[in-house]
Design a protein around this ligand. Structure first.
Ligand SMILES: CC(C)(COP(=O)(O)OP(=O)(O)OC[C@H]1O[C@@H](n2cnc3c(N)ncnc32)[C@H](O)[C@@H]1OP(=O)(O)O)[C@@H](O)C(=O)NCCC(=O)NCCS
Length: 332
């Protein structure tokens, strides 16, 4: 470990989880009717089989609220005395008020800090890092951290290189004060110059030599993002393990952002980890950006693979280009 880097301090643990995906399924077959693609290509290149699509009148806050309702069904007292709500999203219902404010209102949480955070596909892990810091500061004790997206509302269904990837969903966890903090190491790195490789177009005219204006839909140079992820994510995961003094073999689960399962296979190979030790949500739900990691966690909690006490590395990466990783002992 680099002696100049202090070990991560933590007085928090993840103690409850819930999730929600919209009813409507969009299969590879259906996409083949929209653009020139086919199930075989999509599965071979991405591992994605279907994704969920929000109804026209269903927005990110609806998904976030439904994920918290699911958490409350399973852990009925979890949100007693909540004092913070953080929502990681790139697709808020409105630029403001925040999705977090809508969640606060839906449940009537008192005295709650509430804000949205946008670090794209690294958003959920960035929000967990933020929650750990807020709890460590002594200012907050019990924070809901939610990753929620309705990417279907900004997906260009005429572009076959992107529309096959994205889907909608939400996952929520409770992060609360714990004397024995369970977060072991944290990592973040950003290459802002690479931001031109995946973006939602908007008002901005030019960035790093590229025009990014447009109607708000997702634009991506998949090749460039793929190369960047493969050349940087394994080092980021290794850095987490080094900081915690752990070998890759002692990792029970790697939970990378579920962008593309082929990419995750390649990342595992570079880390010397069997692919079976990755928890993913892409086959079922596609790339759901900030929601992909909590959805993968909840799939594994529900089928019994993920259990309390296991060592888990969460690693978000994507638009920014930015990455955020967190090594923790699962506490649910
Ligand atoms: C998007 C992605 C699946 C594309 O796969 P790829 O192997 O890189 O494919 P390319 O873009 O190089 O395209 C290869 C060929 O397939 C074609 N193609 C692209 N999408 C296709 C589709 N849906 N169906 C059939 N063919 C397709 C291309 O037109 C190209 O054809 P050509 O060789 O005749 O020009 C892949 O690049 C990827 O997953 N990138 C990372 C995305 C990511 O992680 N994003 C995270 C941030 S949210």
């Amino acid at each position: 470990m680099d002696p100049r880097v202090p070990a991560l301090q933590s007085r928090s643990a993840v103690t409850a989880i819930g999730s929600y995906v919209p009813q409507r399924r969009l299969t590879n077959e259906e996409l083949s009717a929209l653009v020139d693609t086919n199930d075989e290509w999509i599965v071979r290149r991405t591992g994605i089989r279907e994704r969920r699509i929000a109804a026209d009148d269903e927005y990110t806050s609806d998904l976030a609220i439904a994920a918290v309702r699911d958490l409350l069904r399973r852990y009925p007292t979890a949100t007693d005395d909540i004092d913070g709500v953080l929502v990681a999203t790139t697709t808020p219902d409105n630029p403001f008020p925040s999705v977090a404010s809508r969640v606060q209102a839906a449940f009537g949480f008192k005295a709650a800090l509430a804000f949205d955070l946008n670090a794209a596909c690294a958003g959920f892990v960035s929000a967990l890092q933020t929650a750990n810091g807020l709890i460590l500061s002594g200012m907050y004790r019990k924070i809901l951290v939610i990753g929620a997206e309705t990417l279907s509302k900004i997906t260009d269904y005429t572009d076959r290189s992107t529309c096959i990837l994205f889907g909608d969903g939400a996952g929520a966890v409770l992060v609360e004060l714990a004397e024995q903090g369970r977060m072991l190491a944290s990592h973040a790195v950003t290459d802002g110059g690479g931001g031109i490789h995946v973006y939602a177009s908007g008002l901005s005219r030019e960035w790093n030599g590229q025009h990014l204006a447009g109607d708000g839909r997702i634009v991506q140079n998949g090749r460039e993002v793929y190369k960047w992820a493969l050349s940087t994510v394994p080092d980021g995961v290794r850095s987490l393990l080094n900081d915690a003094g752990l070998a890759a073999e002692s990792l029970d689960w790697l939970v990378p952002h579920s962008a593309n399962l082929r990419m995750i296979e390649a990342i595992c190979e570079r880390l010397g980890l069997p692919y079976e030790r990755a928890l993913t949500s892409a086959a079922e739900y596609g790339n759901t950006s900030a929601a992909s990691i909590p959805l993968a966690l909840d799939l594994a909690v529900r089928d019994g693979r993920l259990a309390a006490g296991q060592t888990v590395a969460l690693y978000g990466f994507g638009s920014g280009l930015t990455q955020a990783g967190l090594l923790l002992r699962w506490g649910v």
